[in-house]
Structures are given as structure tokens and as C-alpha cells.
Design a protein around this ligand. Sequence first.
Ligand code: CTP
Length: 402
Amino acid sequence: MGDKKILLIIGGGIAAYKALELVRRLAERGVKSRAILTAAGAQFVTPLSLAALTGDQVYQDLFSLTDEARMGHIELSRSADLVVVAPATADLMAKMANGLANDLASTTLLATDKPVLMAPAMNVRMWQSAPVQRNAETLRRDGVLFVGPDDGEMACGEFGPGRMAEPDAIAAAVERALTGHAPLKGLKALVTAGPTQEPIDPVRFLANRSSGRQGYAIADALARAGAQTTLVSGPVAIDPPRGVKLMRVTTAREMLAACEAALPADIAVMCAAVADWRPQIAHNSKIKKGGQKNDQQNDQSLALVENPDILASLAGHAARPRLLIGFAAETDDVVAHAVEKRTRKGADWIVANDVSGDVMGGTRNRVHLVSAAGVEDWPDMTKTDVAEKLAARIAQTIKGAA
Ligand code: CTP
């Protein structure tokens, strides 16, 4: 990365300790850090450790004569190529979203003419609160970049979004922001995600436990890598990633039609947990317990017919994507099933995972990448990291083949 410099603003939160690791990870990538430590941040990390790691003075006080004499806050705000706020607390986000400038960190954020990248870190309820979400939206509209927050267990013992992104993920986001790195620029990607719902009657359906998280994270990673990305999603309860074209569908047949409409695409990642079967009859009115007369109810069984296989259909399509990737959620013999599925369905790669635990609704994933070259076992990581790594592998492969 040569001689790139960032200004790192460290807010007050338990995640502040990860800022020290971030400085090291950035240094490994050739990025120098200069740090502003807020008063609250100084409760969690010491200026001395920061100074030792950055090899520079740490700036703390807007009204310090010595600080201002060395480098005024205006100059400080412009001396770097990028301003990174990690951890970005609810307080720092609120100040920047509303233009407050009452300490060195907020004044610098307001005075900078450089891009700003925030890594939020806070309790899950704080992150989900209306004011914080409003401020995040305002900041995004103002052009502020975000990395995270991740889902997971937090220092306070609660679970959900709010955990600061890991130093590696922040370092990768810094690198992207500094270089405008977009390895998939000019390419089109298609991603499916979530479950499908197959109606039995107007109030009932057949479905599965897919949360859509992994597919949404992949669509996000591909879009951030520069691909023009379409996400065909079954019904899920998560927000669509920014910059992605979202097509909402309910049934497998609708998902297939939406995928075909999205072709041609260079890359397709079929992450959806498509229902293999649908009820033969979708009743127009609610089936009563006492029963109208029909075959399905007389013996209280549900006649099913097979759904189209979307992955296999794309494999045989005249406009087959250059890189066609399927998923295989298995509970037993994970890799063996995936190897067989890859050939049976005509995919280039199968990303196989073991869903015998709570992976389908969870935030972590342990996958195996099955390709013609063999099987790669990836370590247990967050679904965001799986997406990041997969997008990087896709970029490598597509570029290598170009
Ligand atoms: N898939 C699909 N259309 C279907 C069923 C599955 O496109 N009707 C895709 C999934 O999106 C995934 C891959 O095929 O990428 C494997 O899905 P999976 O459910 O594991 O495979 P099945 O063919 O359903 O095999 P089985 O249920 O026997 O494990």
C-alpha cells in the first residue's frame, strides 16, 4: 500500500482494545496510523500503548497548547488519506450525524475533507434503537463508509448485531477505501438467498429454517467488490445490503423465473434453501379441520410435487454463468454429498456446510469448498468472513481465467 496514512479515532467502548490490533494489521499492510483518543477511549486503552504502536504522538485534547502547536486539529483532520473511527460509539455517530464539534474527535470529523470509515460497536439494543439507526442512515447519506457491526456474542453477554468488526475485516475495508479496490468491477453477479415458501392454502406453507444471512452477506461482499449484483431472496427478516438489486420472491418457481430474468450473469451463487417439494394443490381458501371434501384431507396427507432445481436449470441454461456456485447444507457425510452434488447439478463449486448444529439461523459457518481441483476445508468463521473470503476467491478465479 506504499505510503498511505490513516487517522484513527478511538471512541470509548470495550472494543477499543481491538484498535491496537488494527494498528498492527494496518502496519503489516503498509498503512501508517496516527491516533486521536477520546476521553472515553482513554478509559479503555492507554495513550502510551497507542503511541508505541503508531510510533507517533497520540492526540487527545482540542485545547492542548502542545498538541495544537505540533499539529492543529484542522491539519490533523487533513493529514491522512482516510479517517477511521473504531470503535464508533453511539455518541461519536450522533455527534457527526448532527454536526456537533465539542471535542477533538468530533471537531476533526467535521473539519475533514477526507473519506470517513466507521466501525460501530455498541450494545445490540443501542445499535437497534431508532436514534442510532437514524444517525447511521444520515451518515450513510453523507457518504460515510461503514464496516460492521457484526452479529455475535457481546462483552455485555447479549447476542445480536453491535459487535465491532474484527481488525482483519476493518483493515480490508480500509484497504478497499484507500485503493478503490473493485476486482469484480464490470461483472454481473446473481445470488439467491433465504428459504422458499410453498403455499398449502392462504395461511399455511411449507418452508425451512434458512435465515438468509449467508446469502445476504455474499451479495454484499460481491457488490462491495464491484460486481453489479442481483439478489433473489425468499422471505427473510433482514435488511437488504446497499447497492444490491433485490428481487423478492416466495416460491421456488418464482425464484427460478427471477433468476432467469436476471441472466446473463458472470457469477451465480445459489445460496437459497429452495424447497424441493411443493403441495400439489395450493388451496384458495383455508382448509378446515372438519374438512371440505377433497383427496388431500380425506386421508389427512399432503400430495407433493417436485419443484424445479434452480442450480441445475442455470447449469443447463444457454446463458450459463461462467462461474456457477451452489451450496450444500448437510447433516451427514457433508463433503461426500457435496462432491456428488457438484457433478449431478453441473456446478463449478459447491460450498458445503454442516447444518446439524444451529448454523441455519446462526451467525457462524464452517464450510468446505468443493471444486474440480479438490476439497478445501475453511476454518470456523462468521458468515460475513465466509462471504468475504468467497468473494476474494471468486475474484481470483475470474481474473485468472480472463
Ligand atoms: N437448489 C436449487 N433448487 C432446488 C433445490 C436446491 O437451486 N430446487 C440449490 C440450492 O440453492 C443449493 C444446491 O442446490 O445451491 C443444493 O441444495 P440442497 O438442498 O443441498 O440439494 P438438494 O438437491 O435438495 O439435495 P438433498 O435435498 O437431497 O440434499
